[in-house]
Design a protein around this ligand. Structure first.
Ligand code: SAH
Ligand code: SF4
Length: 335
């Protein structure tokens, strides 16, 4: 059976043509779903009763099922969803100055196993479908009564190992490319695709170490896509899109927080004009030996000295483990 959120406008049109329905009906259905967040065919009041019935019998409207929701002291919300096959993924909703940003999962688990990441520690189940990615977003919009302005693929999984362009589809949710950020561990072919894709989706690179020896230890994906290739892909993205890249660097005590590594980072990214986000490392239950850095100030001072634009990311939702890298699909409560 067809599933509503898996269909593009074109798919809807083909389906309706087969039912001898007029073409504009397809756009009407998409309007209900994506603009009005109406997920029950029976409430789509400008469709005939017969068509509503037919849709109900033939196109499944499947949305992620909310298993649990937690709200942080700072208003950050974390959602645990269950998908059709029982897989569980998490999303986070951040509110700042009236703007809402949804942090979405692209995979159930993650196959890349970065040593500092809770998602990676829990293994990998599968890629999410386009409908499952859209579903997280639409459900949060519906539950929070209004549009969410930005989306970042910083939830569970590696977005560049999946197809993530759906949200920008102008017939569907029509979220502008500039409001979509993809965070990647450095999948070179994915970055190259993004560079050549022609729409300026924002790119955030999880660097965490400026040399191959250290980065390969922390992020096994670096063995497949070492820094020289990675930086070349970033340059291509920068040139083709004109967009600046954000670089994420989580400071882990005595692991990657030596101020010399800040100089090395600056040299590695020379000419790219990156914007560096220093993330306070979020300790994770499976790796108690990894601690938050005590040298954040020294590291930042080194970046300042070299005139590298950077900021220490403000922490959000840490009391409900909704922060970067802490999503695991089980929704443990912090004790
Ligand atoms: N797979 C993608 C996106 C999801 S992870 C990626 O790796 O970029 C989102 C961000 O959280 C990444 O920057 C990741 O490096 C970071 N992260 C993972 N575990 C973390 C932790 N324990 N503390 C701080 N940041 C972490
Ligand atoms: Fe996967 Fe990103 Fe976690 Fe690495 S940091 S294991 S790439 S989700």
């Amino acid at each position: 059976m067809n599933e509503a959120l898996e269909l593009s406008l074109n798919d809807w049109q083909i389906l309706f043509a087969g039912w001898n329905e007029q073409k504009f009906r397809a756009a009407q259905v998409c309007q209900w779903i994506y603009a009005k967040k109406v997920f029950s065919y029976y409430d789509m009041s400008n469709l005939s009763k017969g068509l509503r019935e037919k849709l109900n019998n033939n196109v499944m409207m499947y949305l992620p099922i909310l298993i649990r929701q937690q709200t942080s002291k700072d208003g950050t919300k974390k959602y645990l969803w269950q998908l059709q096959d029982g897989s569980r993924v998490e999303s986070v909703l951040l509110t700042h100055g009236g703007h809402k940003t949804a942090c979405i999962s692209s995979q159930a688990g993650c196959p890349l196993g970065c040593v500092f990441c809770e998602t990676g520690a829990n293994g990998f189940t599968r890629n999410l479908t386009r409908g499952e990615i859209l579903g997280q977003f639409l459900m949060m919009e519906k539950m929070n009564g209004g549009d969410i302005n930005n989306i970042v693929f910083m939830g569970m999984g590696e977005p560049l190992l999946n197809e993530i362009r759906t949200l920008n589809d102008k017939d569907m949710r029509n979220l502008g490319a500039r409001h979509i950020t993809i965070s990647t561990s450095g999948i070179v072919p994915g970055i190259e695709d993004l560079a050549d894709f022609g729409i300026p989706i924002r790119l955030s690179l999880s660097l965490h170490a400026p040399n191959d020896a250290l980065r390969s230890k922390l992020m096994p994906v670096n063995r497949q896509y070492p820094l020289q290739k990675l930086v070349a892909a970033l340059r291509r993205y920068r040139e083709r899109t004109g967009e600046r890249i954000t670089v994420e660097y989580a400071l882990i005590d005595r692991v990657n927080d030596a101020p010399e590594l800040a100089y090395e980072t600056a040299a590695l990214l020379d000419g790219l004009e990156p914007y560096i986000n220093i993330i306070p490392f979020n300790p994770i239950p499976s790796k108690p030996e990894l601690k938050r850095s005590s040298r954040v100030r020294e590291f930042c001072a080194a970046l300042s000295e070299l005139n590298i634009e950077h900021e220490v990311r403000k922490e959000r939702g840490t009391d409900i483990m909704a922060a970067c890298g802490q999503l695991a699909g089980s929704m443990r409560t912090s004790s």
